[in-house]
Ligand binder design. Structure first.
Ligand code: ADP
Length: 459
């Protein structure tokens, strides 16, 4: 795993077998004010907010008619420094929790509270360790409550959070617009194990099922089969493999399709079925792919059965097993389509693995600042869906990863739905023609000019 190093990368006296991750990952730790942690069976997810200073251009326009004649300027532009509260997320394997806590402690300067919200099984298991290392009091929060709170939050507040995956379509990711009306839905959280939760409203939800065959199974069985211990490498192997070399297909049994039952020849009849009937050695790639299919198909079928049983048509998938990986998303989508004949839609979440951490963080933030602000995504610090390519090296992945790079900015007010958009068909956008509106034109030219240095530096 790559554990993050920040400014003193290389000089820090940590276990040398652990590589410190790129600077971006533990961003702004020095200015961290408040923490929440979600410790699951495999991974620890940490959310913290820090203050960041940045420049903003402020425009003050004068009374148009009064000033125009005497030649005075119509407006005044000034650049001001502003402080924003920014929410950061990182994750690391539980095996590194002590090292990470030490690293965090070494970089903490002045937190706003002396409490850390903690959720997941590890909130109980590692309570004493966290309190001893960070000198913050652990305040435990219920795992399901945090998970659903985080899920509702991203669905309502983060544009383009949920998407449908379609491998062969013109655009692979079809995003859903945020909508206040998100209920009811089914959440299938694929972490180490699988939890299936029916969500009916902000506070009404029920864990209606689960499975022990989840992300931990892929990681564990995959490691046993391929001797590859790292999750990302397992995914890379899987993306290069051919599952048909290992799986027994309908055509291997029938010589073709089983037409009267509507089963095509290429359908998997038995996962890993070929290994029982041959002495041949299988490649790591093929076994990893077959395993990924087996687990994803199984979860897809479970999701579909629970959705049908509870009459739900929207099914969201969370948890870090998915990792925006095309094969996983394709297999889950395929199996849901196959079993429900397209009646149920599989929707994936960009912030899949951080739902519990987000929920725990919000619980803490709400306690002393209820309804005073809202959070929105900081696009410059978050990444899109670029990281899915397994060909990217780990540093590129970390830099561009959907999961590894997520930031949100705090707005010092509550966001409300734009009343004009309540009926989108009657809404006429208020656009400006820059060739005619001198004030707006100058303002935008000023903004572009002011941004030039920053753009040049980044290039
Ligand atoms: P939990 O809360 O149980 O730890 P997560 O939602 O964090 O669950 O998902 C854990 C699973 O995510 C692992 O079992 C594994 O399948 C997968 N995973 C994704 N990325 C990694 C990674 N870098 N290291 C280990 N497992 C990972």
């Amino acid at each position: 795993m790559a554990l993050s190093g920040g400014a003193d990368r290389g000089s820090h006296s940590m276990d040398k077998s652990i590589t410190l991750p790129p600077d971006e990952i533990f961003r702004n730790l020095e200015n961290a004010k408040r923490f929440a942690i979600d410790i699951g069976g495999s991974l620890t997810k940490l959310a913290y907010y820090s203050t960041v200073q940045h420049k903003v251009a402020k425009v003050r326009s004068f009374d148009h008619k009064a000033k125009e004649t005497d030649g005075d300027p119509l407006y005044e532009i000034s650049v001001q420094e502003e402080i924003t509260a920014r929410l950061h997320f990182i994750k690391f394997e539980n095996a590194y929790i002590e090292t990470c806590l030490d690293f965090i402690k070494d970089h903490l300067v002045n937190t706003e509270t002396k409490v850390i919200k903690a959720t997941g099984g590890g909130a109980h298991k590692f309570k004493d360790l966290i309190e001893k290392k960070l000198k913050l009091k652990v305040d435990k929060e219920d795992e399901m409550t945090c998970l659903i709170k985080g899920c509702n939050f991203v669905l309502k507040n983060i544009p383009h959070e949920a998407f449908v995956y379609a491998r062969h379509a013109d655009s692979e990711f079809r995003f859903q617009n945020t909508h206040p009306d998100i209920f009811p839905y089914l959440l299938i959280n694929i972490g180490s194990g699988v939890s299936i939760v029916k969500v009916e409203s902000e506070d009404k939800f029920e864990r209606i099922g689960g499975s022990s065959i989840g992300g931990g199974t892929f990681w564990g069985l995959g490691a046993l089969l391929t001797k590859t211990k790292r999750f990302d490498e397992l995914l890379q192997l899987a993306s290069k493999g051919q599952h048909t070399n290992v799986d027994m297909l309908v055509k291997d049994i029938y010589g073709g399709a089983y037409g009267s039952l509507g089963l095509t020849g290429d359908l998997i009849a038995s996962s890993f079925g070929k290994s029982a009937t041959t002495d041949k050695e299988f490649s790591k790639e093929d076994m990893a792919k077959s395993l990924l299919h087996m687990i994803s198909n199984d979860i897809g079928q479970l999701a579909c059965l629970y959705a049908k049983l509870h009459n739900l048509t929207r099914v969201y998938f969370g948890g870090f097993f998915i990792r925006g990986h095309p094969v996983t998303m394709h297999t889950i989508t395929y199996s849901i389509n196959f079993f429900t004949k397209g009646e149920v839609q599989a929707l994936f979440l960009r912030h899949e693995g951080y739902l519990g951490a987000i929920g725990a963080f919000l619980k803490g933030a709400e306690e002393d600042n209820p309804n005073q602000y809202s959070w929105g995504e900081n696009y410059a610090g978050s990444s899109g869906l670029m990281s899915v390519s397994p060909e990217l090296n780990p540093v590129q992945r970390a830099r561009s990863g959907t999961f590894d790079m997520l930031e949100m900015d705090r707005l010092e007010r509550q966001l409300v739905n734009l009343p004009l958009l309540q009926d989108p068909t009657s809404y006429i956008p208020d656009t400006v023609d820059l060739t005619e509106d001198a004030l707006s034109r100058d303002y935008w030219l000023f903004c572009f000019e002011d941004a030039l240095d920053g753009v040049r530096l980044r290039g």
